[in-house]
Design a protein around this ligand. Structure first.
Ligand code: ATP
Length: 443
């Protein structure tokens, strides 16, 4: 039977994955040993893009605000944390195995729950599969030494609620924020980094008085939509999905999934949930420690309620990459480029000497490069091949501006040519004004 032709979107995804590998954004985890499913290694450009995402999130949601307390909690936690939250008993997805080819699938993601999507064989009984990665802490492996790699960053904040209260005496509402790794033994990792077994989250646990939940939920909804715009995702590809009562976690009074049109379909990018006082109440009960808030004026005691904006770092990077990926024609030539917004671009500027074998040009270009590097971080120097090829290479990794030093720079005008990635337009800018010019362009 002939294989069905690949769709435009499938081809696009293949091109993105191959660009990511070729240009050092993202590699398969443990590749030389045949890989490890659901793990990905970020190369030099990938880690810079990821850091740009995390740095900007931290700036927007933590340092630019007065009501946030940043945290970095341990990944390994006391097993009772996960018993209290219900993860040990219930953090599971439905799994079923094909009786013929023995492949395992997440039952809720099968188009036909009775038929294997790969070989057409009959699917076996559905059972619950717990996604926690279990390990033992210390030299003795028994029930008391069990621990889990955290499946979310959230609980690291809830268990530190009392520490934050005791050290900072914040007034409600206030938030705890954290960026860090999370681990889930996903049944079927898929779609590049979209569903990984090891990934990163950026989460906020925003603690409130219950009567204020509606306006604060709305505040974070707007903030998340602004964030989506600011990191360069196309608005027309983002959908807000109101989770209906019957599908929401029992403790949540409202949840919105922000979905994104990835090339492999519309899928969850972020979540925003009103979790009531579920987490603090559970930890209070299980630990025996009072996790209450005493209002300084009224002396009223309450267990704060919580609004949780939860963002995946890897899904953000993937959405940025798929949104930025562009194929067009420039000067009669086909090209592929990443149309990153400047603040996300891993390399901000590339500097070229017009010719590689003219020492004066190279020397001047290196001087310009060193100066820009001090100001803009990751700046590349490239003297390989002709200028056209260098532009293509920089376009492919999404560098917004290329600067060329030529003979006129040395002999005539002390200026350089600055070329814009998206339009290909070139401008002559004096070297003495270059930093300010680029600062403005990149801001
Ligand atoms: P899904 O329904 O896709 O499994 P979820 O609803 O279980 O996701 P949450 O528990 O709400 O996800 O996690 C918060 C965020 O963490 C998600 O919106 C997503 O950005 C990210 N995330 C969750 N699971 C994964 C994963 N396996 N790989 C990469 N990112 C993930």
């Amino acid at each position: 039977m002939a294989k069905p032709e690949k769709t435009v979107e499938q081809l696009k995804m293949e091109n993105i994955i191959s660009l990511c590998k070729r240009r050092g954004f993202i590699f398969q985890g443990s590749e030389i040993y045949g890989g490890l499913a659901g793990t990905w290694d970020y190369g030099p450009l990938g880690v810079t893009l990821k850091n740009n995402v995390k740095d900007y999130w931290w700036k927007k949601f933590v340092t630019d605000r007065e009501d946030m307390y940043g945290m970095d909690a341990a990944i390994l936690m006391n097993q009772n944390v996960w018993k209290a939250t219900g993860h040990v008993g219930g953090f599971s997805d439905p799994l079923s195995e094909c009786k013929k080819c023995k492949k395992r699938f997440r039952t809720d993601q099968l188009p036909d729950k009775k038929k294997c999507p790969d070989c057409g064989g009959e699917m076996g009984e559905e059972r619950q599969f717990n996604m926690l990665f279990k390990t033992n802490v210390g030299a003795i492996a028994d029930d008391t030494s069990v621990s889990y790699l955290r499946p979310e960053t959230a609980q690291g904040m809830f268990v530190n609620y009392k520490n934050i209260i005791d050290s900072f005496h914040p007034k409600l509402p206030f938030g705890m924020a954290q960026i860090g790794k999370a681990f889930r033994n996903e049944i079927a990792p898929r779609d590049f980094t979209f569903r990984s077994r090891e990934f990163e989250q950026m989460e906020i646990e925003y603690l409130i008085k219950p009567e204020t939940w509606k306006e604060i939920f709305e505040h974070f909804r707007t903030e998340m939509l602004d964030w989506i715009k600011e990191i360069g995702l196309k608005q027309e590809n983002v959908y807000e999905h109101e989770i209906p009562d019957e599908d929401r976690a029992f403790y949540s009074k409202r949840t919105i999934d922000f979905e994104f049109d990835f090339p492999f379909g519309r899928n969850e990018l972020y979540g925003l949930a009103y979790r009531t006082d579920y987490d603090l109440s559970r930890h209070s009960k299980s630990s025996g420690i009072d996790l209450i808030y005493v209002d300084e004026e009224t002396r009223e005691k309450i267990t704060p309620h919580c609004i949780e904006p939860s963002l995946g770092v890897d899904r953000t990077v993937l959405a940025i990459l798929t949104s930025a990926y562009t194929e067009d024609e420039l000067g009669g030539e086909k090209r592929t480029y990443l149309k990153f917004v400047p603040k996300m671009a891993p390399v901000k500027i590339a500097v070229f000497p017009l010719l590689k074998n003219k020492p004066q040009l190279v020397e001047k270009a290196r001087e310009v490069y060193q100066n820009l590097k001090k100001e803009f971080g990751l700046v590349e120097f490239d003297d390989n091949g002709n200028i056209g090829k260098r532009y293509r290479r920089q376009d492919e990794i999404g560098t917004p501006y290329c600067v060329t030093v030529d003979f006129d720079t040395l002999e005539k005008d002390s200026a350089v040519t600055v070329r814009d990635r998206d339009t290909g337009k070139q401008e002559r800018i004096e070297v003495s004004k270059l930093t300010d010019y680029l600062k403005e362009k990149l801001s």
